[in-house]
Design a protein around this ligand. Structure first.
Ligand code: NAI
Ligand code: MG
Length: 335
């Protein structure tokens, strides 16, 4: 079993080594193989995702990715590496769970899973300008194939993890061709799972409920962009971005990554929260490698470390410990 490890930029260099340390304890047979991607890599090599990295990622059983810094303006030759990686690996379903963890910033009773389509929608990168730069155009593409794949994965996850309800989130009332197709196909596939209740919500209404009462949701199935936004909203109920893990799955590949970015405001200080990255390893162990016992060990070590009051600065600046110290405490509790 081998894992391609890409730290990326900023706090990726802090949280990914912490996650690898935990993995080496619970699954010592996994071979880790390091590769480069991201903004610093682009500056050094001219590519945000060099061919060698892509080759290694495709070869390995799974990928662990930190985060990449991406500018909010076009840079010749640059693209968001993880968006391309999800497409190349064909990991069409991103799982982003939010479950209560014992920190004062989390809301008790929240236990929801956002399943986000991860290979298309507005993120395909088909963009151009018209009218001498006075008009910007980004294409939104939804296909039957990707929608079928992500919907099947969502319902399989619902069955496997004993969830009762799937909420299909879209804006088909306005985007008749793209979200309309997503809605139709998702409802069609969902009908094959009569044991799961299916409902639908427009994305703006879903955002309202996410703020008002997140316990209303069990599993949310949604296209790429809405999933990106709604899962960050959900992360706030889970205690913050520093605690939010994710796993993208396809038919054979898997990509584990924290939901957060490279956090340039705190990078390099050794104070970032490694929980999201470590919990992403737990997702990988559970849902891709099916090593349930190892996944349980990681999750309960995180839980008991937080219960003992150890926390990083994002949870509470008072009494905060470093990334390294927090990871030491997690490792000591792995049993
Ligand atoms: P961000 O997630 O990097 O940071 C948002 C806020 O949360 C910051 O105040 C940060 O300090 C805090 N934070 C995030 N993770 C934390 C952790 N583990 N521990 C403690 N505090 C944490 O999002 P932002 O600021 O919008 O983006 C920064 C850069 O990251 C941008 O260049 C963006 O493009 C990139 N990004 C990359 C992603 C990826 O590669 N998957 C995902 C999201 C953003
Ligand atoms: Mg995001």
């Amino acid at each position: 079993m081998d894992l391609c490890v890409i730290e990326g930029d900023g706090i990726g260099h802090e949280v990914i080594p912490a996650a690898v340390r935990v993995l080496k304890i619970v699954a010592p047979d996994v071979i880790t193989r390091k590769a480069e991607a991201g903004w610093d890599c682009f500056e050094a090599t001219g590519s945000p995702l060099p061919d060698d990295t892509l080759r290694l990622a495709l070869e390995c059983s799974a990928v662990l990715f930190g985060a990449a810094a991406s500018p909010s303006y076009p840079v010749e030759g640059y693209y968001v590496p993880v968006v391309r990686l999800r497409r190349e690996l064909k990991t069409y379903a991103t799982l982003r769970p939010t479950r209560y963890l014992p920190v004062p910033t989390a809301r008790a009773g929240v236990d929801l899973l956002v399943v986000r389509e991860a290979t298309e929608d507005l993120y395909i990168g088909h963009e151009h300008t018209e009218d001498e730069g006075r008009t910007g155009v980004s294409e939104k593409v939804i296909t039957r194939e990707a929608t079928e794949n992500v919907t099947r994965k969502a319902y399989e996850m619902a069955v496997k993890t004993n969830r009762k309800k799937v909420t299909i989130v879209h804006k088909a009332s306005v985007l008749l061709q793209s979200d309309g197709l997503f809605r139709r196909v998702a409802l069609e596939i969902g009908a094959n799972y009569p044991q799961i209740k299916t409902e639908e919500l427009l994305v703006d209404t879903a955002a309202y409920w996410m703020v008002k009462d997140p316990t209303r949701f069990d599993l949310i199935l949604t296209p790429n962009l809405y999933g990106d936004i709604l899962s960050d909203m959900a992360a706030a109920w889970g205690g913050g971005l520093g605690l939010a893990p994710s796993l993208s799955l396809g038919s054979s590949a898997a990509l584990a990554e924290p939901v957060h970015g490279c956090a340039p405001d705190i990078a390099g200080q050794g104070i970032s929260n490694p929980t999201a990255a470590i919990m992403s390893i737990a997702l990988l162990l559970r849902h891709h490698w099916e090593r349930f016992e190892a996944a349980d060990r990681v999750e309960s070590a995180i839980r008991s470390t937080l219960e003992a009051g150890y926390h990083t600065i994002d949870i509470n600046p008072e009494g905060a410990v470093s990334t390294m110290r927090f990871t030491d405490e997690v490792c000591a509790r792995l049993g």
